[in-house]
Structures are given as structure tokens and as C-alpha cells.
Design a protein around this ligand. Structure first.
Ligand SMILES: NC(=O)c1ccc[n+]([C@@H]2O[C@H](COP(=O)([O-])OP(=O)(O)OC[C@H]3O[C@@H](n4cnc5c(N)ncnc54)[C@H](O)[C@@H]3O)[C@@H](O)[C@H]2O)c1
Length: 256
């Protein structure tokens, strides 16, 4: 093993969905920096074109993953070694206040479209006998709070999907893993951060006492995409600054 090249992705083709913003954009940049040709896909073509300005080897693709015909058309992209998929939404409301329309909207993107991408990428990679698929969950799959019912359920469901996909695709040398971020400064969380009390409470909850920057998630995606993780599948990698490791309600007095 040449450890100096363990994270290199030369001659690899990657599809990064959600590459127009936040964590997806940083994953696209990171994979490209390690030599991959990156197809940067997003529903918002203008934002993904912006991302592509910072990617020397890549192309922009307009893609709405909730449209099954567009997902099916990904099979025509040619061989893909890596698929990273980030899109998700959250409607923060109490269970008693949730409408079924909101429930369906969150499920449609977070679970149904993710399932569709997973099986489409899986079919392509099983056929070629290799590949790595990286999905994004959330600490809300494990540690919840009022208002996170449907979002948390989609992320817990997604983690379960990953384990079954790992079982089904593993014999074909296709790996499937999921990253579980804590709170990250992206457009998805802009509204929360605008509330100073909320912003600071979330920062203090993690062991590191702050929010993550979106680039701090790219390393885990690169690890899972690369030969550094050839024996890793069906795994959840937590990148949450210690959020789920610690209780955080109270720091008891300790002897000096
Ligand atoms: N930001 C956080 O604090 C945080 C915390 C935990 C988990 N996560 C998870 O990380 C992932 C990425 O989050 P983010 O904060 O980077 O989000 P983001 O909102 O910044 O980016 C999501 C991207 O997905 C695209 N997108 C939305 N719907 C789409 C569709 N139908 N088809 C194609 N593209 C679509 C958006 O245009 C956007 O560019 C999500 O799965 C999210 O649940 C984020």
C-alpha cells in the first residue's frame, strides 16, 4: 500500500448530488482536489455552476432527485465510482402541528428520493463490480428534540437503508456508508443561527463548543470515497463535535 496516495481519487468519476450548497459543495471540491472527475449535480443549476467554477475537472448537472425519470436517467452518465448524496429538508414543527402535506414533502426528498438515488447508483455499481456510495444522515437519527419528528424519522430510516444496501451490494464490491453531521453552518441552518439564543445553545451543546463549518464534513466523505476505507461498509460516521457523546446539561464540580 502506498500510503502517500491513500486518499487520491485519480481516474475516478464521482457524482455529487446537492453540490450547489453547503456540505455537498465542499464534498465536490474535496473529491476534485484529490483527482476525481466530479459531476456536480443540484436542482439549482445556477448554484452548481458556481461550484463548478472552483472545480478544474468536472461538469454541472441540473437534477431534481424527486423526479424519478431524472434519477433513472443517471444511468446514462457512464461509469461512476463514487456517489455522494446530500439533499434533505426539515420542517420543524410539533407532531400535533404537522400536516400530512408537510410529512409527505419531507419524506419525498429525504427518504423516497434518497432510496431512488441509492438503488440507481447501486444498480450501476453492482453491474461494474465496484463503487462507493455516501449518504448524509443527522444526529437527529439518534438524539432528538421537539420539532424533529419527521426529519429524525427520515434520517433513522436512511441509516437503516444503508445497512441493508451494504448487505445487498457488498458481495459485488460496492460499499455504502452514511455520515451523521452535528450542527453545521450552511444555508439549511441559516434561520436557526439568526436566533442568537438558539445559535449559542447549539454551539454550547457540542464538546467543541461551536458549530461545524461545512468543509469539516468533506474529510469524512473523502475517506469513505477513497481506498482509505476499502473495508468500511454499512457504517455510520459521526462528525458532530462530540454532540451525541456527551450529556451536556450540567458540568458537576470536580476535585482539583
Ligand atoms: N447543516 C446542518 O446543520 C446539518 C446537520 C445534520 C445533517 N445535515 C444533513 O447534511 C446534508 C446536507 O445539508 P446542507 O446543510 O449542506 O444542506 P443545504 O440546504 O445547504 O444544501 C442542500 C442542497 O441540495 C439541493 N437540493 C434540494 N432539493 C433537491 C432536489 N430535489 N434535487 C437535487 N438537489 C436538491 C439544494 O439546492 C442545495 O444545494 C442533508 O442531508 C442534511 O440533512 C445537515
Amino acid at each position: 500500500m502506498d500510503y502517500s496516495k491513500i486518499f487520491r481519487l485519480d481516474n475516478k468519476r464521482a457524482l455529487v448530488i446537492g453540490a450547489g450548497s453547503g456540505i455537498g459543495r465542499e464534498c465536490a471540491l474535496a473529491l476534485c482536489a484529490q483527482g476525481a472527475f466530479v459531476i456536480a449535480a443540484d436542482r439549482d443549476m445556477a448554484s452548481v455552476q458556481e461550484t463548478c467554477k472552483d472545480i478544474p475537472h468536472g461538469q454541472a448537472l441540473e437534477l431534481d432527485v424527486t423526479d424519478a425519470s431524472q434519477v433513472a436517467a443517471l444511468a446514462a452518465l457512464g461509469p461512476l465510482d463514487i456517489v455522494v448524496h446530500t439533499p434533505a429538508i426539515n420542517v420543524r414543527k410539533s407532531i400535533l402541528g404537522y400536516t400530512l402535506e408537510e410529512f409527505d414533502r419531507v419524506i419525498a426528498l429525504n427518504l423516497r428520493a434518497t432510496f431512488d438515488v441509492l438503488r440507481t447508483a447501486g444498480a450501476m455499481m453492482v453491474k461494474q463490480g465496484s463503487g462507493s456510495i455516501v449518504l448524509f444522515s443527522s444526529i437527529r437519527a439518534a438524539a432528538t428534540e421537539p420539532g424533529q419528528s419527521v426529519y429524525g424519522a427520515t434520517k433513522a430510516g436512511l441509516e437503516s437503508l444503508v445497512r441493508t444496501a451494504a448487505a445487498e451490494f457488498g458481495p459485488h464490491n460496492v460499499r455504502v456508508n452514511v455520515i451523521r453531521p452535528g450542527v453545521v453552518e450552511t444555508p439549511l441552518t441559516q434561520q436557526l443561527r439568526a436566533n442568537e439564543e438558539w445559535n449559542s445553545a447549539y454551539a454550547q451543546k457540542s464538546a467543541l463548543g461551536r458549530w461545524a463549518k461545512s468543509e469539516e464534513l468533506a474529510g469524512a466523505a473523502l475517506y469513505l470515497a477513497s481506498d482509505a476505507s476499502t473495508f468500511v461498509t454499512g457504517s455510520t460516521i459521526t462528525v458532530d463535535g462530540g454532540w451525541t457523546a456527551i450529556d451536556g446539561r450540567y458540568t458537576p464540580p470536580l476535585p482539583a
